[in-house]
Structures are given as structure tokens and as C-alpha cells.
Ligand binder design. Structure first.
Ligand SMILES: NC(=O)c1ccc[n+]([C@@H]2O[C@H](COP(=O)([O-])OP(=O)(O)OC[C@H]3O[C@@H](n4cnc5c(N)ncnc54)[C@H](OP(=O)(O)O)[C@@H]3O)[C@@H](O)[C@H]2O)c1
Length: 309
């Protein structure tokens, strides 16, 4: 299929930034949709990238913004938050997007869901609303060809998995870790980007859904220990008993700046391993330095290495 112009919704986020860079490097025209253009300005240095400000509230406005585009990649999502907000972001917003895509005659939609998303059996509001949004997008898409992806936690520069763990390990010599036994098969962000781009150009007629996992499974405790080892930072990882983890998650979710709320705790408790299939190739060990070492430090190390002795 001939794809020249792609709309990326949620293109300012962790996955989005890596994806937009790859699409721009591939010579595509990329429209990045965002609620706050001001914050997204750094993306404008990439060739072919323009920003579109939207609150996703109006089908007609979105339709006009989509017109003339060949495909949409939908990455908008929030990892937790109260149920009403999650329903609005994960169900109502995709409904508006698919309706606008249909009216604008965009033929291709690549949709980002989450591993274990399930409208009825999901263990958290996040997994239930993501599942409901995914089902709705597939059900509504008669004229739009939809492919959806269901990733395990994603790692890479700027992620929400290894980066916050590293920050906590840098600060503390002991880390009280909830869900330390949760089993995860994290997937590398550039493998995810590759699958998203492949789906764009695939001649497949759509309707397909793909789980995405990395090649290895770790417990969260093992991941934390590995990050500490990589940073060469002695840190004792102390698993927080499950009976205490839920009340603590509830409490931190209610504190100002608290992030690991009860809903995220419930999502994590399920773990994230793909039931079957073809794992993405990149092991965490192959890229961990690039993920954890700040880029300015990498630049300085590179300079030191290239200096004559
Ligand atoms: N990262 C992971 O480990 C992981 C794992 C499984 C599934 N996923 C899914 O993959 C997708 C991308 O993840 P990510 O980590 O890149 O997410 P992210 O960094 O949090 O970015 C999400 C994007 O969604 C937009 N957004 C957030 N709240 C919104 C709201 N209330 N209304 C409209 N737009 C809103 C933001 O765009 P603006 O602020 O610019 O508007 C942001 O760029 C999400 O759907 C996520 O659920 C991610």
C-alpha cells in the first residue's frame, strides 16, 4: 500500500517520540496530534513533521485534520487514573477517532492496546477500558483497515519501567518493591516501532491483533537487581508482601505526585507474559546501557574513548 502521510495520535509520548523519529527518517510526512503544541515543539526539528493541536472532542474537526492522510497510528493512553477518565481516554476517544477516520476516508489504522487487555475479564480498570477500546475499534472499522498491538511493558530510553527503577535505586540503598514476584517479558521500544511501521505497509486486510513480548521473562525483583548491578549501585531489593502492597498503592495513588496507584498495582499483579507466538528479538541486556546512561554522559564517554592516549 502506498503510504505517504501518517497521523500519529499520542506521538509526543514515550513510544510516540521513537516512532515519529523513525517515520520521519523513512521519508514520510508525519502529523503529530497533541493537546499542547508548545510542549511538542522539539519534534519539529525532524524533517516532514508538523504538529496538530486537538482535544479530540469534535469529530468534524478531527475529520478535517485527517483529510488527505493515508494512515493513523493511535498511541493515546494513560496507565492509570480514575475510571471515568480512563473510559474517556481508552473508549470514547478512539470512538471519535474511528468515526473521523471513516468520514475522512483514511484507509489504515494501527491501534495500540495492551497485553491482557480484556473488556470483561481485565484485572484493572486500565485493562478493561483498553480491552473495550480495542474491541470497539475493530467492531467499528468496516471501511478502515485496523491492526492492533498488545504490548507487554515497553523498555527503552525514556520508558516508565527501567528509568523510574533506576532513579529509585540511585536514591536508596534499600528498595521496598511491590509486586517483586510479578513476571514480565518486557519488549524493546524499537522492536515495537518496527512492528508498527511494518503494519502500516502490510497488504493484510486488517482485523488482526498481535501480542508483543520480548524474548526473556524476568520477575520485577530480578529487573530491579539487574538495574542496580548495571548502575554498579549496591541496593538491597526487599519484596513488599502482597498484603501491604495494595494499601500502599492506594495511599501513594492519593498523595500529591503519587503515581503507582491501586489500578496500576492491579495491572502489574497479572504479570505480562505472552501466551504464545513469536517474541520480539531484542533482549534487555543488549541495550540496557543505552536506556540507563544519560545521552550527555554517553557523548562525553565517546569523546574520552576517541581521544588519543
Ligand atoms: N509504555 C508501556 O510500557 C506500554 C505498555 C503497554 C501498552 N502501552 C500503550 O502504548 C501507548 C503508548 O504508550 P506510551 O508509554 O508512549 O504513553 P505515554 O508516554 O504516556 O504517551 C501517551 C500519549 O497520550 C496522550 N494523552 C495522555 N493523556 C491524554 C488525554 N487525557 N487525552 C488525550 N491524549 C492524552 C499524550 O499526548 P499529549 O499530551 O501530547 O496530548 C501522550 O503523548 C498507550 O496507549 C499505552 O497504553 C504502553
Amino acid at each position: 500500500m502506498n503510504i505517504r502521510t501518517v497521523c500519529v495520535l499520542g506521538g509526543t509520548g514515550f513510544v510516540g517520540r521513537h516512532l515519529v523519529k523513525a517515520l520521519s527518517a523513512a521519508g514520510l510526512q508525519v502529523k503529530v496530534f497533541t493537546r499542547r503544541v508548545q510542549r511538542a515543539r522539539p519534534l519539529l526539528v525532524l524533517p516532514g513533521v508538523v504538529l496538530v493541536e486537538t482535544d479530540y472532542g469534535n469529530v468534524t474537526d478531527l475529520q478535517h485534520a485527517f483529510e488527505g492522510s493515508d494512515a493513523i497510528i493511535h498511541l493515546v493512553g494513560i496507565p492509570d487514573g480514575h475510571a471515568k477518565l480512563q473510559r474517556r481516554v481508552h473508549v470514547d476517544l478512539p470512538r471519535t477517532v474511528v468515526e473521523a477516520a471513516r468520514l475522512a476516508r483514511v484507509q489504515r489504522l494501527v491501534y495500540m492496546s495492551a497485553l491482557h487487555a480484556d473488556a470483561h475479564g481485565g484485572a484493572s480498570t486500565f485493562l478493561r477500558t483498553k480491552g473495550a477500546g480495542e474491541d470497539l475499534v475493530h467492531a467499528m472499522a468496516e471501511e478502515v483497515r485496523v491492526t492492533s498491538f498488545r504490548p507487554a511493558p515497553i523498555f527503552g530510553r525514556g520508558d516508565a519501567l527501567l528509568t523510574p527503577l533506576a532513579a529509585r535505586i540511585q536514591e536508596h540503598r534499600r528498595l521496598l518493591l511491590a509486586n517483586a514476584g510479578a513476571r514480565l517479558a518486557p519488549v524493546y521500544v524499537m522492536d515495537v516501532v518496527e512492528r508498527l511501521v511494518q503494519a502500516l505497509f502490510s497488504p493484510h486486510r486488517g482485523g488482526d491483533r498481535h501480542d508483543l513480548c520480548g524474548p526473556r521473562t524476568y520477575t520485577l525483583g530480578e529487573l530491579a537487581a539487574y538495574v542496580a548491578h548495571t548502575l554498579n549501585r549496591p541496593c538491597r531489593i526487599l519484596p513488599l508482601p502482597d498484603a501491604l502492597a495494595a494499601p500502599r498503592a492506594w495511599l501513594t495513588g492519593h498523595l500529591p505526585g503519587g503515581h503507582t496507584g491501586l489500578d496500576r498495582h492491579r495491572t502489574l499483579q497479572v504479570g505480562a507474559q505472552c501466551p504464545a507466538g513469536d517474541p520480539c528479538p531484542t533482549p534487555l541486556e543488549a541495550v540496557v546501557a543505552d536506556v540507563l546512561v544519560p545521552s550527555d554522559l554517553q557523548g562525553r564517554l565517546q569523546q574520552l574513548r576517541s581521544r588519543p592516549h
